[in-house]
Write a protein that binds this ligand. Structure first.
Ligand code: ZN
Length: 319
């Protein structure tokens, strides 16, 4: 089993769990945010286990959120470790921050279409620019695909591509020990927010993150699992199927709540944010937007809601 190192992040989610596998190739799964505090904490926690940053030979990046991948380049600079990640993440990591910047106009257009006012759009793009300092470009040595096998400290772990929380998210599964390294796909006390994200296939369309997420969650429910090692918080040792059933129920309840609001007439996603999250802080707009748009996709998938263009805006109405 890997060592868990909880590294501080500058984000409200708190520390991120990264996992260290001993063995022939010292391997780190995820790296934390690019801050000096995170690097210092990594050094200390490696040292208590008899290692240094320069001993790391391999890094596996589970997904391209800054709290999971931001520090990768600095670790590679010091260790020469080779980086592996899913195909959907490879260009993002290699070309950062250009990839980050290239998304900005598409995200702004998306915000405009969904009725987000211009002052708030400006604030969101400022937030985006500000966040870019927490990561750096790093070359990817190899891409991970669904079904790939990784030898980690004498055991074989299988790569599971579980898109949703992020389109390139991979979990690692060890079948004999029935252990799942779940990254942010499944957390014990926080329900994972499937973020608004653009596709990587060139046309930069919005992914239907929540719909993808629920399919990936159902997939994990089918696996025999005794221990889940998540990206944040405590390990999960309770029945993961019960936890997933609970989560599926709460997503459905939120979708039903939105459908109920739409009985009163068509609304933009931004209007729905106001109705669903009445006391929202501006800083949480992106999270709330991801929630609402995700559930509108889910309602669309269920044939209950359809989008309608009115000028530049998209309204959602009951079908
Ligand atoms: Zn994440």
């Amino acid at each position: 089993m890997p060592h868990v190192l909880a590294l501080p992040t500058p984000f409200p989610v708190g520390p991120v769990n990264v996992y260290l596998f001993e063995g022939d190739e010292l391997t780190l799964v995820d790296t934390g945010t690019q801050t000096s505090r995170t690097m210092e904490s990594l050094r200390q926690q490696l040292a208590t286990r008899g290692f240094q940053v320069c001993d790391i030979r391999r890094i596996i990046v589970t997904h391209t959120h800054l709290d999971h991948c931001g520090l990768t380049a600095q670790i590679v600079a010091e260790s020469g470790a080779r980086v592996f990640t899913h195909r959907n993440n490879a260009e993002w990591l290699t070309e950062f921050p250009q990839t980050w910047a290239a998304d900005a106009p598409f995200l702004d257009r998306l915000a405009l279409q969904n009725g987000i006012p211009s002052a708030l759009r400006d604030a969101l793009s400022g937030l985006g620019n500000n966040l870019a300092r927490y990561c750096q470009a790093v070359p990817v040595a190899g891409v991970l695909e669904e079904g790939d096998q990784l030898a980690l400290n004498g055991a074989t772990w299988r790569v599971l591509h579980t898109p949703g929380h992020s389109g390139g998210l991979v979990c690692l599964y060890q079948p004999e020990q029935q252990c799942l390294l779940s990254s942010d796909h499944l957390l014990k006390t926080i329900s994972s927010n499937p973020f608004v994200e653009l596709s990587t296939n060139g046309n930069r369309e919005r992914r239907r993150s929540l719909v993808e997420y629920l399919a990936s969650l159902r997939r994990i429910a089918e696996l025999p699992v005794r221990l889940i090692l998540p990206g944040h918080g405590e390990p999960i040792t309770d029945d993961h199927r019960a936890l997933i059933a609970q989560r599926l129920q709460s997503y459905q309840a939120r979708a039903d709540q939105i459908a109920q609001i739409l009985v009163g007439g068509a609304q933009t996603a931004y209007q729905l944010i106001g109705a669903v999250f009445p006391n929202l802080k501006p800083a949480d707009t992106l999270l709330a937007f991801s929630e609402v748009i995700g559930h509108l996709d889910l309602l669309g998938e269920q044939g209950r809601v359809i989008p309608q263009s009115r000028g530049e805006l998209i309204y959602y109405r009951l079908n």
